[in-house]
Design a protein around this ligand. Structure first.
Ligand code: PBG
Length: 334
């Protein structure tokens, strides 16, 4: 057998030679994984000194703003460059139109300001979508039949992104899958003087069964009427993912995201090869929960699963990964 690289054959060629020792494996490793490759998503709740464990995400808690600041310091000390916030909005502040998303004093904005104050060197990524604020759990406004309205939603997302940028967000990340929202947000950010606020577009976001624990974490799970297949992508499609990415880039996205992560690495690879832009993946809540469940059942070693899955994202072409294991993984790397 010959390859394009070499005409050598067994036994002159033995691929196991370079695998035989740790130093040699380190020397030929094609991919590196460092804390700088991680983005740490966290859940914000009200009050002071509050920690609320999330049953379906064992090991992950919602934190009040003071706790979020402590986590931000932890991120900085661990070399994690960026953290992402998701609020658990109190029920009495949720509404059909999700107006709380535009409140400059909402949980999200309070967390942004507190962290920018205390730990300015850590990047803050914010979620642009209405689901943590709506009484029906959808990412946008709905009509009387429950259909999520595109253009009307997009207008609110623009306002939401501006409120987050004004509070100090470094990267706004629209996760709503409305058409045309990246361009609208970019224009508004430019006009609003937020020239260096980046947009990471959740470009290829699939209607997935892996989001369950997240919806518990932000408190939208029990509220959700129907499903999100009318705006999030069909898991059957990958050509369409390329179209989504092309559009978001043309509209001014600085980077793009594929979500969920591990089951969609083929999408990551196709996007990376086609567009040569920074691609991120979100190892979502259900993926985290599966790893934790496997470890708890004694079916696999937790630390090894964490590092192997994160390396797989890097190998597939990701610049970075959003993962709830970020702090734990960073500690394993030192
Ligand atoms: C919603 C949003 C979701 C996630 C991030 N932003 C859930 C959804 O689309 O229902 C999921 C993240 C995760 O599961 O960890 N805008």
């Amino acid at each position: 057998m010959t390859t394009s690289h070499s005409t050598a054959r067994f036994p002159h060629l033995r691929l196991r030679r370079t695998r035989a020792t740790a130093w040699s494996r380190a020397m030929v490793a094609e991919t590196r994984l460092t804390p700088a490759d991680l983005i740490w998503p966290m859940f914000v709740t009200g009050g002071r000194q509050v920690e609320e464990p999330i049953a379906t995400l064992p090991g992950v808690s919602r934190w009040s703003v003071d706790g979020i600041v402590a986590r931000a310091r932890e991120a900085r000390d661990l070399g994690i460059p960026c953290i992402a916030f998701f609020p658990n909005t109190p029920k009495d502040r949720r509404s059909a139109r999700g107006e709380e998303a535009l409140n400059p004093d909402n949980l999200m904005c309070r967390a942004i300001r507190a962290v920018k104050d205390a730990v300015p060197e850590v990047g803050i990524l914010t979620d642009v979508a209405l689901d943590p604020y709506t009484s029906h759990g959808h990412d946008g406004l709905t009509d009387e039949r429950g259909y999520v309205l595109n253009d009307e939603t997009s207008e609110l997302l623009v306002q939401q992104a501006l409120v987050q940028a004004a509070a100090g967000a470094d990267i706004v990340a629209p996760s709503d899958m409305m058409d045309g929202r990246v361009a609208a947000i970019r224009e508004a950010l430019e006009a609003g003087g937020h020239r260096n606020v980046q947009i990471m577009a959740y470009a290829a976001k699939y209607a997935s069964a892996f989001y369950g624990p997240f919806r518990d974490a932000v408190g939208s799970g029990g509220l959700l009427k129907g499903d999100k297949r009318g705006y999030q992508m069909d898991p059957a499609n990958s050509e369409e993912a390329l179209r989504e990415v092309a559009l978001d880039l043309a509209e001014g996205a600085d980077s793009v995201m594929v979500k969920p992560g591990l089951p969609y690495l083929d999408i990551v690879r196709r996007v990376k090869e086609r567009f040569e832009v920074p691609v991120f993946a979100y190892q979502v809540s259900g993926e985290y929960a599966m790893i934790e469940a496997a470890a708890a059942a004694g079916a696999a070693d937790r630390d090894a699963l964490v590092l192997e899955t994160l390396m797989a994202f890097r190998r597939a072409g990701c610049s970075g990964v959003l993962t709830y294991h970020a702090a734990h993984a960073a500690r394993l790397m030192v």
